[in-house]
Design a protein around this ligand. Structure first.
Ligand SMILES: [Zn+2]
Length: 117
């Protein structure tokens, strides 16, 4: 069994619809429930908080979508995460997304990125 782009899409779709890993495995075929869970985990889908059936229109994505950008030294007492509302499907707020992408595209910026906020 190979994870073609098509199958990955289907997995995401079914997972998003709230199907159980077993149901998804059956839909995809030629795959075990554990493989579905493993793949979902690698795709970052396993943080889903609604395991059984989909709840449409009642979830407030804003509350659990806050910027995870670390601010300060992880060992310091004032270390915290940004906490601003993050962009849709992104772990960071707009500002920090830009910063993150700038870092990956230009590794020279990495060293100073923390200091020049
Ligand atoms: Zn932020």
């Amino acid at each position: 069994m190979e994870w073609t782009a098509e199958r990955v899409e289907l997995l995401k779709e079914l997972w998003g619809e709230g199907l159980s890993a077993r149901q998804i495995a059956e839909s995809l075929g030629q795959i075990t429930r554990n493989a579905v869970i493993g793949k979902a985990h690698r795709l970052g889908l396993s943080t889903r908080t609604v395991p059984s059936k989909p709840i449409i229109g009642t979830l407030n994505p804003v509350t659990d979508r806050v910027c995870q950008w670390p601010i300060g030294d992880p060992g310091a007492s004032d270390f915290h995460f940004c906490g601003k509302q993050s962009s849709v499907n992104r772990p960071y707020c707009e500002d920090h997304c830009m910063q993150a992408y700038r870092q990956t595209s230009d590794s020279n910026v990495k060293a100073v990125a923390g200091a020049k906020r």
